[in-house]
Design a protein around this ligand. Structure first.
Ligand code: MG
Length: 502
């Protein structure tokens, strides 16, 4: 990477302080999720809020702003310099366009909304959350106006999580997913295999100590570098980058579900491999880190689903699982294990959903967000609309709002526009895999446990570039085509038609 333009050079050096502050903030959140004593919550909130203020001061610094303007006017920038300026303009949008009092207001409103949401979910009383949600939505709309958009207000929010993604594109993608996945689900539910109870594997107990050892084994195998990270326990697993050479993951061990911790290891491991595979010269610059939430999620979904839930991976893992759980899994075969890894069951809870139903949960959220932000439905009506859509898309109906509209934390944080990136991740993953298979004998590599060859392909085509190419550009470079839901739908139809003998 050659940075020659004097303004870009200056920006890179000014940005290094923002990057350092981000790393320290990340360390505080990691510690909060993994280690924090219960009485330290208030002090930790104050510490984090102070760092957030310091970071926002850096973005708002007059000299930084002026330098960024100069860099935007500069001609003849090389590809790296252009990407640095583009990423900084994107990152600065929120700070430079939204008035500071609105940002402070948002932070106060969302921290109150979070506690109200938690109480409302515990007591199953949507009314406790409703007034807070109203405020968060009103602020999100104000923010969308400040940030600006060319078509719909929701576009401004979507763009913050997935640069360039719009309401219009979302409608096409989710429209086709709702139709096609609905049809596939109907077929599966009528099949003979669906009617047989396959859940007996998850009724006995599986030692959490062994689960951790299996997760360690899997992570080592796929190439996660433990000398540049670590795995701890957290209630809601996540991956976090704390600086160069420090990408941490978390896992959880449910006594009755040994499959979950393997899948979490693959999923979070996938996120971590992306971060660990970015060229080191990008460290601390605006080119560091995965390029978007959607692309990041594609790397985790690839390892979790395309690899981890494949028949070949189950065959690879079977002897390992049986070595640990001799008695429990004695009677199982690769066939029965593979079914347990891939069982389709429409459920009320997004985070427990299988590959076929998962994106229907996201479609519902996308449609509700779009309707709320673009002013088509009222906050009071959300629980009812939620129930109706669940019934229509998944054939199940929540009996309480805790299982329905109150199940996710995202809206209390004000993260409107975030949910669609989960689905984008699944779609990108399927499209990348389709093209990866033109160069690699993927199934054979997985069965033989040759994950290094797969990782090398990802590093060469995706990981190394960090945030150099934006999502649309990256997908085009790797696959030669724009994003399409067809690769994902074809993959699902083929896999589940075989599994359920449709
Ligand atoms: Mg993820």
């Amino acid at each position: 990477m050659k940075i020659e333009n004097i303004y870009v050079k200056k920006l890179v050096s000014q940005y290094r302080e923002i990057s350092l502050l981000n790393n320290v903030s990340a360390l505080l959140s990691w510690d909060l999720e993994v280690n924090l004593p219960s009485r330290a919550m208030e002090a930790r909130s104050a510490q984090s809020a102070y760092l957030t203020k310091l970071t926002s001061d850096k973005w708002l610094d007059t000299d930084f702003k002026k330098t960024l303007e100069k860099a935007q006017e500069a001609r003849n920038l090389n590809a790296h310099e252009k990407a640095i300026v583009r990423n900084l303009v994107q990152g600065a949008k929120f700070y430079h366009r939204v008035p500071q009092e609105t940002i402070v207001n948002l932070s106060e409103t969302t921290s109150k909304a979070f506690f109200a949401w938690r109480e409302a979910r515990e007591k199953n009383k949507y009314k406790l959350f409703e007034p807070h949600l109203k405020k968060v939505i009103a602020l999100s709309k104000i923010i969308a106006e400040h940030i600006g958009y060319s078509d719909k207000p929701y576009d401004a929010l979507l763009d913050m999580y997935e640069p360039g993604f719009t309401t219009k594109e979302g409608k096409v993608i989710f429209g086709s997913l709702v139709k096609e996945l609905g049809a596939l689900l109907t077929k599966i539910k009528k099949s003979q295999a669906y009617l047989i109870d396959e859940n007996k594997l998850l009724t006995t107990e599986y030692s959490p100590t062994y689960q951790k050892q299996i997760a360690d084994f899997v992570l080592n195998k796929i190439g996660y570098d433990f000398s540049a990270g670590r795995m701890d326990v957290a209630a809601h697993p996540f991956t976090i980058e704390l600086g160069a050479g420090d990408v941490r993951i978390t896992n959880r061990y449910s006594p009755h579900n040994f499959i979950e911790s393997v899948m979490v290891a693959m999923h979070e491991g996938g996120h971590a491999l992306y971060e660990q595979g970015i060229v080191r010269e990008f460290d601390g610059t605006p080119l560091a880190g995965g390029v978007s939430l959607g692309i990041h999620e594609s790397q985790s979904r690839f390892w979790e689903n395309q690899v981890g839930r494949s028949r070949e991976f189950v065959e690879f893992l079977e002897p390992v699982l049986k070595a640990f759980y001799q008695k429990e899994l004695n009677a199982e075969t690769a066939e029965s294990l593979s079914k347990a890894f891939n069982m389709v069951r429409p459920s009320l809870i997004r985070v427990e959903a299988d590959e076929v139903t998962y994106n229907l949960h996201i479609a519902l959220r996308f449609e509700l967000e779009e309707a709320i932000i673009n002013g088509k439905i009222k906050v009071e009506d959300l629980p009812e609309v939620w129930r109706t859509k669940m019934k229509k898309y998944l054939g199940v109906e929540p009996k309480s709002d805790s299982e329905g509209v109150l199940q996710d934390v995202h809206w209390s944080h004000g993260s409107f526009g975030y949910f669609p990136t989960y689905t984008l991740g699944n779609l990108y993953a399927a499209q990348f895999t389709f093209f990866m298979k033109r160069e690699l004998a993927l199934a054979k590599l997985i069965r033989e446990g040759d994950f290094g060859t797969i990782l090398s392909w990802q590093r060469k085509n995706i990981h190394q570039y960090g945030s150099l190419y934006w999502p649309k550009e990256l997908v085009k470079r790797v696959t030669g085509k724009p994003l399409s839901p067809d690769y994902f739908l074809d993959y699902l139809k083929k896999k589940y038609s075989e599994m359920y003998s449709l």
